[in-house]
Design a binder for this molecule. Sequence first.
Ligand code: SAM
Length: 277
Amino acid sequence: MTAVEYPVIADEDMPRWESWIEGITGITLEGRKRVLERCIYQRLLGCGVPSLEAYQRLFDHGVEGDMEKAALIDQLTVKDSRFFRNSKAMDAVGDYLLRRARELDGESSEFRIWSVGCALGQETYSLGMLASEQFAFTEVKWQVLGTDISPSAVVYASRGQYTDKQAERVSTHRKTRFFDKVDEDWQVQPHLRDKVSFGASNLKDIDSCPFADQDVIFCQNVLIYFRGDMANHIADELVKRLRPGGLLVLGAGEVSEWDSLAVTRWRSETVNAYRAR
Ligand SMILES: C[S@@+](CC[C@H](N)C(=O)[O-])C[C@H]1O[C@@H](n2cnc3c(N)ncnc32)[C@H](O)[C@@H]1O
């Protein structure tokens, strides 16, 4: 087995790494040198490359180098999620869906929910469970889309299989209704999985992002990794992708001093929820 040296990035080299990563992902690594070193170390172990110098040379190897750059970006993303993670934000969506279910009663409309930066999919399926509950006795054809920059997260989320620990925040009632027990794991049932889809999409390219006409956009614990002006720009672009009256729910601290004439604050002081005009 190759001996692998723990990578130490020189302070003067850090700005080059930061601007390269921010240029691709929008994520700022300012002050997070240790995180980058840890991720590179994981990649050195993964590729069996002995040192940072040898690893950097790998980047110049055509397609192989491009694949390794993508693998490092994937390693850098924080793919942490939980079912019904922010209960107040989820309750706000539940209330909104109930209201829309009443308004749309009898209409066979299409209703789109987008979970932005979905990581391993728990947030996306949570939104799907809420939609299934609130639209149960309506003609509404709803669907939920989860997107993430990380291809490995998208593959994981698409499987819809979670450990007991990952599923601990799902109530027994919802487990019975939406999951099957497969050995020690919980597998999302087909009736929910069929309405939930996942895709890789980079928020850095939000301006050309094709997803539009959304009824709910849920974006939590994602924009915190971007610089303030970029986070605000993404929030503006998300609003453009809402239908009139649609709901944008952002996490706490996701944007600072963001304001938009295209939305009104909705319902609650404790949740960053906005309705498109
Ligand atoms: C901490 S997780 C949040 C997951 C989920 N929204 C939640 O709150 O449970 C952040 C996710 O944002 C994704 N992400 C980071 N930069 C991104 C970008 N430029 N485009 C799309 N997704 C991105 C990461 O890959 C990661 O899966």
